[in-house]
Design a protein around this ligand. Structure first.
Ligand SMILES: [Zn+2]
Length: 134
C-alpha cells in the first residue's frame, strides 16, 4: 500500500496539485515563504496565505560545485520569478548543470520529487523548478 506524502517545507502544498503558498503582507503585498512577525518591507504585522503560480522564468542562477558531504555536485541553484511576480529560490533540475544547459530567462515550472522514505512508507517531498518542455 502506498504511504503518505508529506512536504519537506511548510510552504509546499501537495494537493490537489503541488504549489507553493507564501505569507503575503496585507499592507504592501510583499511575500515571504517563512513565518514572519512583521513585514521586512513595511513593518506590517498582518499576513494572508497567497498561492503562488507554478510557472515562471529563470532570473538568476549559479552552478554550485562545492557542497557538504553527501550533496551531489554540480547542481544549479536558481532564482525563479513566477508569472505572478513572486521570487522563489530553488534548485533547477532536469538540466545539464553546466553553462550550456542553463539559460537566463528560460521558462520553468514547479516540480516535486521524493527525498526520503521512512519504514512506514511515508515519503518526504521536496520541490524544484525544471525547464518547460519545448
Ligand atoms: Zn508589508
Amino acid at each position: 500500500m502506498a504511504g503518505e506524502r508529506i512536504p519537506l517545507v511548510g510552504y509546499l502544498v501537495l494537493e490537489p496539485q503541488p504549489h507553493l503558498v507564501a505569507n503575503e503582507c496585507e499592507s504592501c503585498r510583499a511575500r515571504f515563504f517563512d513565518r514572519r512577525n512583521a513585514c521586512g518591507s513595511c513593518g506590517g504585522r498582518s499576513f494572508a496565505p497567497a498561492p503562488i503560480a507554478t510557472t515562471g522564468h529563470l532570473r538568476a542562477f549559479s552552478i554550485v560545485h562545492r557542497a557538504d558531504p553527501g550533496v551531489r555536485v554540480p547542481f544549479v541553484s536558481a532564482i525563479v520569478e513566477t508569472v505572478d511576480g513572486t521570487t522563489v529560490r530553488a534548485n533547477l533540475v532536469e538540466v545539464s548543470p553546466d553553462p550550456d544547459g542553463v539559460r537566463l530567462g528560460m521558462p520553468v515550472r514547479l516540480v516535486t520529487y521524493p527525498v526520503g522514505i521512512d519504514s512506514e512508507g511515508t515519503e518526504c517531498i521536496a520541490f524544484a523548478f525544471a525547464p518547460v518542455a519545448a
